[in-house]
Design a protein around this ligand. Sequence first.
Ligand code: 5GP
Length: 211
Amino acid sequence: MAPSGNLIIVSGPSGSGKSVLAASVLKMVPGLTFSVSHTTRAPRGNERDGVEYYFVDKTRFEELIQKGEFLEWAEVYGNYYGTRRSFIDERLARGDDVLVDVDVQGARTIRQRRPEAISIFIMPPSYQVLRERLERRRLDKEYVIEQRLRIACEEIKHYRDYDFLIVNEDLEDSIDKLRAIIIGSHCRMRSRADHAKSIMATFGGMDGKDS
Ligand code: 5GP
């Protein structure tokens, strides 16, 4: 059977620290790749096309929706975001793990379509800490911060839908946890089935028998 990596969904409100966490584990875990989404929002700061996102206009995005290219797509903060099916499937087929950073709507759709995916919710330690983090970043205007906080209040209600919860209080500790979940997922029975079968063959092909 062809190798297949794990699909890892990471969600959490803006300011939960999920992007920093994701970037850190992507550097640490061999064979882990980032799912580069398509978006209609404009690049921010040093963002490059094809690295953080594929930046496309609305017409192109809608064309991709029509063609059924997205595993999921959603409107977030007034812009479209979508995960292209071929992007992740090519990497999973190579045996890579693929980390997707999506909002709660995207996570729900991916879980429905790919029930084998592992989902992780990143939670800030409190509302107050989230507010402070958003204000400290100085990335957004006051009204945008208020909007992000309002959306966070809605998003956070969905934490129970995820397999794992990381409360991001201490960055190093959260990185350790995320890394452990991803590496631990390689030991899931579905990921190890082929390897186990080849070992069982050395035991005289007893696989599937009770004794
Ligand atoms: P930002 O614009 O700050 O990079 O991302 C805004 C939100 O969009 C974040 O919550 C992020 O997880 C979410 N997002 C990024 N890519 C996708 C995607 O492909 N699909 C969905 N549903 N959400 C996404």
